[in-house]
Design a binder for this molecule. Structure first.
Ligand code: SF4
Length: 646
């Protein structure tokens, strides 16, 4: 039940009690974007790349007398019994399963719950069974309406924004409510919308094709606040920063002056369309304003595929040449690629591979084409009967699976070729080759965003974790890239190795097919646990199950009261070893337990924390208070009694 300790006491008579609002950003499933290897080993103290900017904006839209707390489950655990009157849970498509789980849990605990975020904007109907209110669309107007209705005691089920929101009305986000020190970058938004019409894109469905922008004074206020909070790395999260070039130019001129006045405090990055390469003024403006990198949607080197999806802006010039022109202006390029278009064949993967290596793009995020609700692609595939019902889990387009039937290859061929492409791209040799290919064109790489001391620490940790603890075959490739790198680009070299090894680590743990050796290792570990703890199995205080299918292996340990206390110590080493040497997933199910046993379990979790993303922990609700599980480290299953699937 919600904590009843409202701060009524001491309020002047007649003054309403402040509404206590908890805003939650659910945990993302691990993806390439998590950069877990880098965050865990190279950048200690950092837990995620970007904080939830949308929630900080929502907090700023609340009436001033509301008391708002933001919890980002990617960097901290969610509170199970928050002192709140209202719980809002946001989410993008990839977060939907966890968002739904949290909404159900809090609602089951008696809280009033509100769903929002980009996925709720695309398909609010999916939340009807799990949320009391759904906020769909840009929040500036409808969130204010919800707050006022809530205070009047008549909140509605659905608030949908159907009009155009003027960004000039958007407040300075409550950055002060975020634990900014735990992130590598902080987002700022200047514009929404994009003039192009890529048929798979949900951005233009949500925000339209006429980019709208904030005023310069708004951006100045946001940067001033970030400066006061000690932030240096800023990501302009705009869908297409140059969607309105005139406005972008105006902002860049302003930012260049701002940076001069403030000792070039910020290093910026943003997302742009590839036609940036046509506009030398704009590239110079980006560079002068302190933009180190841009993320570009290249999608495919196949012209027919680009035509098919309406990405005509990428057809205006040679794409490899365009990337090199951007490099020549001193700006690094990160890029998104997609496979699975109707014109793609199994040969497409080889062309993608060649393009990515030749372009030198180290952060090359290749996703499987996915049809998002309300996009033209979705409508077309629905008409053609080519959508696969994946129960809402199709939105993680970096995972080997999608929700559509490919046209010129079979589904298994698509998945196998996708995995093979990533395995090839993430090898040490390809990391080194891409650095060399990039440095041939990248002029005046930007300086590192870290102090000299931090840079030395990063290099030392890269050498320790990335070279000394790696197979000896990596060293020649590292030295090869070092020898082709001028001293002025050493920071870039280090950054690219860190990014490349993070992607490699992810591919090894998530994209590979488990080998026969790996499967044997899992089976023999399970057998050894069963033998060693046979007496616990016999008296029913332990159950051990192993599932082994095409997706990989998963082990479930169900523990009940009466378990042998030595069990947790004995099993910790075996499980840790197994997690390090295989891509196994583990589920711990704790049904009943005394205080003494909980202490043993806590120690076990402490030893497994480094691989917590592959460990689901179910703790029976009656004993959750005995065993606090950090849901930002482990997947804490919150199976609250509540309505059925949304
Ligand atoms: S350029 Fe990017 S944001 Fe614009 S429509 Fe295409 S995919 Fe969407």
């Amino acid at each position: 039940m919600p904590d009843a300790s409202t701060p009524q006491a001491g309020l002047p008579p007649g003054q309403p009690a402040p509404v206590r609002l908890l805003l939650v950003n659910p945990r993302f499933p691990e993806s390439f974007w998590s950069f877990r290897w880098a965050l865990g080993r190279i950048l200690p103290g950092k837990r995620a790349v970007n904080p939830p900017l949308g929630l900080a904006t929502l907090a700023a839209l609340c009436p001033p007398h509301w008391s708002v707390e933001i919890v980002d489950e990617n960097v901290e655990t969610v509170p199970l019994h928050p002192a709140a009157d209202l719980v809002g849970v946001c989410g993008m498509g990839v977060q939907f399963p966890r968002q739904r789980e949290l909404l159900r849990y809090y609602r089951g605990q008696g809280y009033r719950v509100v769903a929002g975020g980009s996925y709720a904007s695309l398909c609010p109907e999916r939340y009807a069974a799990v949320a009391d209110t759904v906020v769909a669309g840009e929040a500036e107007n409808i969130w204010r309406a919800f707050c006022s209705d809530y205070e009047l005691g008549r909140p509605q089920r659905l608030y949908q924004e159907n009009g155009i929101v003027a960004l000039e009305r958007s407040p300075v986000p409550r950055f002060d409510l975020l634990k900014l020190g735990r992130y590598t970058t902080v987002g700022v938004q200047f514009s929404r919308g994009c003039p192009f019409r890529c048929d798979f894109c949900d951005i233009i469905v949500m925000f339209g094709r006429r980019p709208r922008t904030k005023g310069l004074e708004q951006i100045a206020a946001e940067l001033d606040l970030l400066r006061s909070l000690g932030v240096t790395n800023v990501f302009f999260v705009d869908d297409n920063f140059i969607g309105n070039r005139a406005k972008a130019r105006e902002l860049l001129g302003f930012l260049a002056g701002y940076q001069q006045r403030h000792d070039h405090r910020f290093r910026f990055g943003t997302q742009v369309s590839l036609n940036l390469a046509e506009d030398r003024d704009l590239m110079r403006g980006l560079r002068e304003a302190g933009f180190n990198w841009v993320f570009v949607g290249i999608e495919s080197p196949e012209e027919d595929s680009l035509r098919e999806i309406g990405k005509t802006q990428n057809l205006r010039h040679d794409m490899l040449e365009a990337v090199r022109i951007i490099y020549a202006n001193g700006i690094d390029v990160l890029a998104g690629f997609i496979v699975g278009f109707d014109h793609d064949t199994v040969e497409t993967f080889e062309r993608q591979h060649r393009f990515i290596v030749a372009s030198g793009i180290q952060v090359a995020m290749v996703g499987l084409l996915t049809a998002l609700p309300r996009t033209p692609l979705y409508a077309r595939l629905a008409l053609e009967g080519r959508l696969i019902d994946t129960g809402g889990s199709h939105c993680d387009n970096a995972k080997p699976g999608t929700n559509l039937v490919p046209k010129r290859m079979s589904y298994p061929e698509l998945i196998a070729a996708y995995k093979a492409l990533y395995r090839r791209l993430s090898g040490d040799r390809r990391i080194a080759q891409r650095i060399r290919n990039k440095l041939r064109y990248l002029e005046h790489p930007c300086r590192s965003g870290y102090s000299r001391g931090m840079q030395l620490g990063i290099v030392a940790r890269l050498i320790f974790h990335g070279l000394l603890r790696a197979p000896a075959s990596r060293l020649p490739w590292f030295l090869h890239s070092l020898m082709t790198c001028p001293p002025r680009a050493w920071a870039l070299l280090v950054g690219d190795w860190v990014a490349g090894l993070s992607i490699q680590d992810y591919v090894q743990r998530h994209i590979g097919d488990p080998s026969a050796t790996e499967r044997r290792r899992v089976h023999s570990t399970v057998e050894s646990i069963r033998r060693r703890w046979a007496h616990c199995l016999q008296r029913g205080s332990l159950q051990v199950a192993l599932e082994d299918d095409t997706a990989g292996c998963s082990v479930t340990l169900a523990v009940k009261r009466g378990i042998d206390r030595r069990f947790f110590v004995g099993v910790a080493g075996r499980l840790r070893h197994l997690l390090r040497r295989s891509a196994v997933n583990i589920t711990l199910r704790i049904d009943a337990m005394g205080r003494g046993e909980c202490a043993g379990l806590e120690r076990l979790l402490g030893r497994l924390a480094a691989d917590g993303d592959r460990i689901a922990v179910h703790v029976d609700e009656r004993i959750r208070h005995l065993l606090p599980v950090d849901s930002s480290v482990f997947h804490l299953v919150l199976d609250a009694p509540g309505p059925g699937p949304g």
